[in-house]
Design a protein around this ligand. Structure first.
Ligand SMILES: [Zn+2]
Length: 275
């Protein structure tokens, strides 16, 4: 029916759009742990482990791994204690200490976590270390990496659709001018989309990882108030030059305020689980 009223190419586009949406909804419906936020994720969960491990090995191959037994012991002990109370204790969790003065940490899909030696200049005790580890475990179990990739795919698809729709319809136009104009147009759109769509979303994910993290800290028996102390240390150490860990992140003050507001409700959970 539709083909009769719409030009054939437009009808094909509409069907493609509907198919993508249906496929997207089938693949993607998921909610984040603790916050219950609805997530749009195109990558099947079964791919997380392999993708995460591949990226992890690539990063570790370019890094200097720390063999310090005390630091590695603490990171593994705290990491596994938090992973054990997460919804994914069965992940192949890996915790590696990297020789790097930057106070940074990262998490990859499937539970692959890296912690820089520089982090120990701001994480002054195991509870503060737990605040970082629980934040990273939060990223992994909430599948933030896969969600970010899905969003990037969506932005790319949107840009391609805008570009396709804006192409001149008349035949016989000079072909040489088009690629350049399109490239500039696409760059401007991509920059705008990043500002409007990707960066605020990164900050939302950071806040969510903080929220999940403070809860998991308490459940694993670490003092949730120490997350506030950790961020105060970060702020004091950061000065004007924010650590990479904080780029595309909420302002430290916002973060501290949110964690301070959450901490009292986490205290009964901590009291019930402290060792
Ligand atoms: Zn984070």
């Amino acid at each position: 029916m539709m083909g009769k009223f719409l030009p054939r190419r437009l009808a094909a586009k509409a069907w493609w759009g509907a198919a993508c949406l249906a496929l997207g909804l089938l693949v993607a419906c998921q909610t984040a742990p603790i916050t219950g936020r609805s997530q749009f994720i195109l990558i099947p969960e079964s791919s997380d482990a392999a993708l995460g491990l591949e990226a992890y090995n690539a990063i570790l191959a370019e890094s200097e791994i720390s063999n310090d037994p005390a630091l590695n012991g603490r990171v593994r002990e705290v990491g596994h204690r938090i992973a054990a109370i997460s919804p994914n204790p069965d992940f192949d969790w890996r915790f590696t200490v990297i020789k790097d003065d930057n106070p940074n940490a990262f998490a990859l899909p499937g539970g692959k976590v890296g912690v820089n030696t520089g982090l120990f200049t701001v994480a002054k005790n195991d509870d503060q270390l737990a605040a970082v580890m629980a934040h990273e475990v939060g990223h992994a179990v909430a599948r933030h990496g896969a969600e970010r990739v899905s969003r990037a795919v969506l932005v790319q698809a949107g840009l391609a659709a805008i570009l396709a729709a804006s192409k001149p319809k008349e035949e016989g136009q000079p072909a040489e001018a088009e690629p350049n104009q399109n490239a500039i147009y696409l760059q401007v759109l991509a920059a705008a989309a990043t500002l409007a769509f990707i960066l605020p979303f990164s900050r939302d994910q950071e806040s969510e990882a903080d929220h999940i993290g403070i809860r998991y800290m308490a459940e694993a028996g670490y003092d949730p108030r120490q997350s506030v102390a950790l961020w105060k240390n970060f702020k004091a150490a950061g000065g004007n030059r924010m650590p990479e860990f904080l780029s595309t992140h909420p302002l430290p003050d916002t973060r501290i305020q949110r964690l301070e507001a959450l901490a009292p409700s986490m205290m009964p959970i901590y009291e019930a689980n402290r060792r």
